[in-house]
Design a protein around this ligand. Structure first.
Ligand code: ADP
Length: 463
């Protein structure tokens, strides 16, 4: 690019010099022509005063030509009809044709003075003619000189012109070099900053240059680079999370499959003969398949929430019947765990997806039952405050240790893996709750004390 700018600059410079030179040459040539014409007219006036009109003209003209000491000057005297009466350069002037049609003669006849320029085939140069009516008004005096002003002019000025063009070119070449550098340098710097995108923690930095437009481009590019970097990091992070999730999910699925395989092999080989043992094996197989089903359902739920599925059906959900339905379905589990439930729900309506809300309540209440103590209690309160639904699920259970409070929302994180598995937990329940809460731009808080109990509060905007 630097080379291209440099080359274009030099081409423009040469064009400018040629154009300038031509205009300058043309105007100088005009000025010189006008000056020459004035000088010739002056000479004609002098001739007019010098000539004795009552004597023979030709010897006088030859004498005058000698006086000028220039072979190039030619004098002619014509009568008012255009007939040549004398000529300093033509001996046989009487044989010369009538000059009344010559431009300068015609003009002089009309206005008193005439000027013309013609190419002379005899001497191969353009000639400048000036004709003027004599002071007594009876004759036309004419003077001509070869007019090769450009040639003379070039001869005199060409060396100077070449030197000045050369100097201008050298100076401009230096300036053009500096100019192209001043443009390409900031652009190269921007490109250099862009290359930092591959670095771990790039610090984008562009020192301001003298061109506002390049500074604007640089600022925009730096901002874009920052956004691209953040986006790339985000993608990288999501890729990592996904990989970890798949690894964990496969691991979680592997365990029940291995157990099921073990039990079926034992049954198949006829190793288990006792009927009660067989029954026990079948019920274990069923338990493992239930665990797998729970896990697969939870994984599907998470993936649906993550992709923010387009076909999520949103409707007016009546909260009270929904929580009641969830509590009723969990009654057997509560009984099994010797836990009592108390529900206190205001008649509220929320613009949401029923299945997602059902999952949220189900996971929170199931946990409150599962991680409770025999004889414990679960309190479910649903109320509202300034366009927000506030859900609190409080239990008198085992509680969550301080260091695990943040982590319980991570996928597959369990405080007590054995207890969770025994209760059919997947380690995904609270993660799903968090996803649902985020889906509705809500918030979630957790308060817990070991051996005392846990209180989870969820706030969801109603619309
Ligand atoms: P899980 O399927 O194991 O219950 P969750 O994601 O629902 O998975 O919960 C993660 C972990 O957080 C649980 O394994 C449990 O250790 C802890 N936990 C969740 N809710 C409670 C609660 N109400 N009381 C005590 N511990 C809880």
């Amino acid at each position: 690019m630097k080379k291209a700018i440099y080359q274009k600059f030099i081409i423009i410079l040469i064009l400018a010099l040629v154009l300038c030179g031509s205009i300058f040459g043309a105007s100088i040539s005009n000025v010189i022509r006008d000056r020459t014409r004035d000088d010739m007219l002056y000479i004609l006036r002098v001739v007019d005063h010098t000539i004795q009109y009552n004597e023979e003209f030709n010897p006088q003209l030859i004498e005058l030509k000698d006086l000028t000491n220039s072979k190039r000057i030619r004098f002619t005297i014509l009568d008012l009809d255009g007939n040549v009466l004398a000529d300093s350069d033509v001996k046989n002037y009487t044989a010369m044709e009538n000059h009344s049609s010559r431009e300068e003669v015609k003009e002089a006849m009309q206005d008193g003075t005439g000027v013309a320029m013609r190419y002379s085939d005899t001497i191969n140069v353009p000639l400048l003619y000036v004709a003027h009516i004599s002071s007594n008004g009876n004759y036309i005096l004419r003077i001509s000189i070869p007019y090769s002003v450009m040639k003379d002019f070039m001869g005199a000025f060409l060396p100077t012109a070449f030197i000045s063009i050369g100097v201008a070119l050298v100076v401009s070449a230096f300036l053009a070099n500096g100019f192209s550098k001043s443009i390409t340098k900031p652009l190269n710097e921007i490109a250099g900053e862009m290359r930092k995108l591959k670095e771990e923690n790039p610090e984008f930095n562009f020192p301001k240059c003298q061109y506002d437009e390049i500074n604007t481009i640089a600022d925009t590019t730096m901002q874009m680079a920052k956004s691209v970097k953040e986006y790339m990091d985000q993608i990288e992070f999501e890729k990592m999370v996904r990989q970890e999730f798949f690894a964990n999910a496969s691991h979680e699925l592997k365990t029940p499959i291995t157990s099921i395989k073990g039990y079926t092999e034992l049954l198949e080989n006829g190793m288990v003969r006792d009927d009660t043992m067989k029954k026990d094996f079948f019920s274990r197989i069923k338990k493992e398949t239930d665990n797998m089903t729970n896990l697969i359902n939870d994984i599907l739920m998470i993936s649906r929430l993550e992709t923010k599925e387009a076909e999520v059906v949103i409707s007016e959900v009546r909260i009270s019947p929904l929580v009641k339905e969830v509590c009723d379905s969990l009654e057997p589990l509560a009984k099994e765990c010797l836990v009592s439930m108390e529900l206190n729900c205001r008649p509220l309506v929320m613009h949401a997806n029923t299945q997602q809300l059902r999952e949220l309540f189900n996971n929170l209440i199931t946990n409150a039952i599962k991680y409770n103590k025999p004889g414990g209690k679960v309190d479910i309160v649903v109320t509202s405050e300034q366009n927000e639904i506030i859900i609190t699920v409080e239990d008198t259970g085992v509680g969550i240790p301080e260091d695990a409070k943040q982590r319980v929302f991570e996928r597959f994180y369990r405080v007590d893996k054995g207890r969770s598995k025994k209760m059919g937990g997947t380690g995904l329940g609270l993660s799903i709750v968090k996803h649902v809460v985020n889906y509705y731009n809500g918030s979630i808080t957790l308060e817990s004390k070991l051996s005392v109990g846990t209180k989870i509060t969820v706030r969801l905007p109603m619309k």
